[in-house]
Design a protein around this ligand. Structure first.
Ligand SMILES: *[C@@H]1O[C@H](CO)[C@@H](O)[C@H](O)[C@H]1NC(C)=O
Ligand SMILES: *[C@@H]1O[C@H](CO)[C@@H](O)[C@H](O)[C@H]1NC(C)=O
Ligand SMILES: *[C@@H]1O[C@H](CO)[C@@H](O)[C@H](O)[C@H]1NC(C)=O
Ligand SMILES: *[C@@H]1O[C@H](CO)[C@@H](O)[C@H](O)[C@H]1NC(C)=O
Length: 299
């Protein structure tokens, strides 16, 4: 008995890189991406689902591997996404099918925890396009949230209350989002939504790098530059409508603690943007008519 204790104590003196408490340190994906959208409409305005004024919206908080790949729908017992996308765990027909969720919206999971303020915040800033917000949150939690080690059920101990980790995930995603004022960082460099002008990728990258402290991924949608009239004959086939920013972090300890260090999106060796690179090729579309005029005095 005593000898065994001595042996255990001796072992504890040595570091073992294979032994990590995966509840204290994220062991699944080492890169944490806080992602945001710029949309001009939700499609559900009639139901009161509207975009907030002068701010990008929250997309998600994703755990990527350091080599740029990632896993999705990691725990099908916690599948709350009514419209899984992709519909298998690998995105190919050979993957495990992800069954559509038919239960009550994940938004109802917050009520027993008395999280009305969190729910109100999410309904203001975590906005879906084309589906109710709750469906989108269910998608983000089940596709990405279940792929963290630190949001896994054993980490919540014997006092675990059902869906506690869902609330924890939402609070954490909101916490990261609140540190990343994309709209303001761009506006400070006079990059404002405007339908009558265009912008350059380089200028967006400079503005966001200055604000964040590292280069984020800038995502575009819409037509490819050389498929538009402006880009006819060009070899630049990047897309032209600014729509997403992904902020990469290395985190110290649990992602929940918020101790994160910005890292360049190039850290995984992949492309840092799918947008057109040609000067003045990008549209940053406005939501409400009339481009915002620059205030005369900037303090
Ligand atoms: C990326 O890293 C993960 C985690 O170490 C590993 O499982 C996966 O096979 C790697 N993928 C590639 C393409 O190297
Ligand atoms: C996934 O979607 C594809 C394309 O719509 C469809 O062909 C396939 O049957 C679906 N697979 C599952 C498991 O639902
Ligand atoms: C657009 O650019 C790509 C890549 O340079 C090229 O392969 C393609 O032919 C171009 N398309 C048009 C319509 O010019
Ligand atoms: C700006 O242009 C986009 C894309 O064409 C459009 O969806 C949006 O409604 C326009 N906004 C205004 C205020 O005209």
């Amino acid at each position: 008995m005593l000898r065994l204790a001595a042996v255990v104590a001796l072992f504890a003196l040595y570091a073992d890189p294979l032994l990590t408490d995966s509840c204290c340190t994220e062991t699944f994906g080492g890169l944490v991406l806080s992602t945001q959208f710029w949309d001009t409409y939700t499609g559900l305005e009639a139901q009161g689902q509207v975009l907030p004024k002068d701010t990008w919206t929250l997309h998600g908080l994703w755990p990527d591997f350091c080599n740029g790949s990632y896993t999705q729908y990691c725990d099908l017992d916690r599948q709350y996404d009514p419209a899984p996308s992709p519909n298998t765990t690998t995105g190919t027909p050979s993957g495990t099918p992800v069954p559509p969720y038919k239960g009550p919206s994940i938004s109802t999971f917050l009520e027993p925890f008395g999280k009305q303020d969190l729910l109100a915040y999410m309904n203001k800033y975590w906005i879906s396009q084309g589906s109710p917000n709750g469906n989108f949150w269910g998608h983000e939690f089940s596709k990405h949230g279940t792929c963290y080690s630190t949001f896994d059920l054993p980490c919540y101990g014997p006092q675990y209350r059902k869906h506690e980790e869902v609330v924890d995930f939402f609070e954490t995603a909101v916490m990261y989002y609140q540190t990343l004022p994309t709209y303001r960082w761009l506006a400070e460099k006079s990059i404002r939504p405007c339908n009558t002008t265009t912008y350059s990728l380089k200028d967006l990258q400079h503005a966001l790098t200055e604000g964040f402290g590292a280069l984020p991924y800038v995502g575009c949608s819409g037509p490819r530059y050389n498929a538009t009239a402006a880009g006819k004959g060009s070899s630049d086939n990047g897309m032209t409508v600014v729509s997403e920013v992904w902020y990469y972090h290395h985190v110290l300890g649990r992602v929940q603690n918020g101790r994160a260090r910005p890292v360049d999106a190039s850290i995984n060796g992949a492309s840092v943007s799918n947008c057109a690179k040609t000067h003045g090729a990008l549209h940053y579309y406005e939501r409400t008519p009339g481009c915002v005029k620059m205030p005369k005095v900037i303090r």
